[in-house]
Design a protein around this ligand. Structure first.
Ligand SMILES: Nc1ncnc2c1ncn2[C@@H]1O[C@H](COP(=O)(O)OP(=O)(O)OP(=O)(O)O)[C@@H](O)[C@H]1O
Length: 412
């Protein structure tokens, strides 16, 4: 069953099934449209960013930038913007729901907390195609990590979280974009065409429940699962910018995943994503990142100085990782010819890149559906937000836009 969703969301029609996750920017809900989809056959993810968090302007810029990026994406391994709306207190946007959790959760569900080389080959190949598409649009992702690789109902991947991405190509190719590091903010253009939701039958969630923060950079879930948070360091001013080929000097990303050129504060470009891909491969293979130190300072020192350690006989995967973790970005695999260089590596020998989307038996498939959760009922998202504000005034009426600036989203 396909349900057309218009680019403009009607918040009053949305019912929250559950909270999917929270990040630095906002809360992501699983919702369904009570008007178009009363049985919740096609739930979708709604990210709500609270405008009272916009104090420094940085979150505001990044949220708008993320919607702008999402509105341009048309790729099977990247999300599409299904709808967008905002009022005085919230900015909300909808993307397809990924019921399989993220690669971090999935890795912890494996024996020994590592993936088989076959699974790594599948996931990394899809991520390479997603990054290739982003780079072709002039977007460096800059936040690749297992937590940002979600698993769709089909078992294929979707990258999420584009607020740290940036445009690196000439502005003439990016006329709709407003890079968060520039002042020129534009509202996102509507999705190119009405999107449709496919009927989804779920079997199992692998999402963690509540998380408990242990530091600025990591959380531990109830299952003892480690979840790395983005190490967001304020952007520094740009340098070394040529009119044709822009380089970003922002210091962004998750500390164990940041490339040496970012640590050094040098300008960086698309190859930071190929570095992060190397870290991701390593973590999927060994269950730990290669340069992790006791603290951020030591991690950064190791990123700059240490070589990755490989266990056992060096194979194609280890060779690929070594070439992606080249400290000099100009010698890193992917620097000269982008994704093509990575696709040509021996690890991917025999890979039918054009048929990846056709793979019907990916390594893991989400198993359980959300029927039970939907049966429990949900809450109208407008009511949800209203519950979070200060006690309503006697003059309050549901038709008024009454959200205050001080509400904070919490789990219900
Ligand atoms: N489409 C989706 N389907 C299922 N879960 C999702 C989806 N999008 C986001 N989530 C969940 O919500 C969490 C937070 O989402 P997201 O990373 O986009 O928020 P954020 O505020 O930008 O986070 P961060 O602090 O990492 O920047 C994700 O880690 C994931 O668990």
């Amino acid at each position: 069953m396909d349900i057309p969703i218009s680019s403009s969301l009607t918040l009053n029609n949305l019912r929250v099934i559950k909270v999917l996750g929270k990040g630095a920017m906002g809360t992501v809900f699983l919702v369904h449209d009570m008007f178009h989809d009363p049985s919740a056959l096609s739930p979708f993810a709604l990210k709500a960013v609270e405008k009272s968090n916009f104090s420094s302007n940085a979150i505001h810029r990044r949220a708008r930038w993320e919607t702008t990026v999402l509105s341009r994406l048309q790729h099977p391994f990247l999300p599409t913007l299904l709808g967008f709306t905002e009022n005085s207190d919230f900015l909300c946007y909808a993307v397809p729901y990924c019921p399989g959790g993220d690669l971090n959760v999935l890795r912890y569900s494996q024996s020994d907390h590592v993936f088989s080389p076959t699974a790594i080959r599948f996931y990394i190949a899809e991520i390479v195609l997603a990054l290739e598409h982003l780079h072709s649009l002039g977007i460096a992702y800059r936040d690749l990590k297992p937590e940002n690789v979600l698993v769709q109902q089909s078992g294929h991947v979707t990258l999420t979280d584009f607020d740290l991405s940036t445009s690196l190509t000439p502005k003439k190719n990016l006329e709709f974009y407003s890079d968060p590091e520039n002042d020129n903010l534009q509202p996102p253009p509507p999705p190119a065409q009405p999107q449709t939701f496919k009927f989804r039958q779920f079997a199992k969630f692998i999402l963690p429940n509540k998380t408990k923060y242990i530091s600025n950079t990591a959380t531990i879930t109830r299952n003892g699962l480690r979840k790395v948070k983005s190490a967001r360091v304020s952007p520094v001013s740009r340098r070394n910018r040529s009119s044709f080929y822009e380089r970003s000097n922002s210091f962004v990303g998750t500390e164990e995943y940041v490339a040496p050129e970012i640590v050094r504060g040098e300008g960086h470009e698309f190859s930071v994503d190929w570095w992060a891909l190397g870290i991701l491969c390593y973590e999927m293979l060994y269950g730990t990142t290669p340069f992790k130190g006791k603290n951020r300072k030591e991690t950064f020192r190791r990123i700059l100085m240490a070589e990755p350690e490989f266990i056992g006989k060096k194979n194609d995967l280890a060779d690929l990782i070594g070439k992606l973790l080249e400290k000099d970005p100009t010698r890193r695999l992917g620097y000269r010819r982008g994704a093509s260089e990575i696709k040509e590596h021996e690890f991917f020998q025999g890979m039918r890149w054009d048929l990846l989307t056709e793979v019907v038996r990916p390594p893991f498939l989400p198993l359980r559906d959300v029927t039970e959760e939907v049966k429990k009922g949900g809450i109208n998202i407008t009511e949800y937000f209203q519950k979070l504000k200060a006690p309503p005034s006697p003059l309050w009426s549901p038709s008024h836009d009454e959200w205050t600036n001080n509400v904070s989203l919490t789990e219900f």
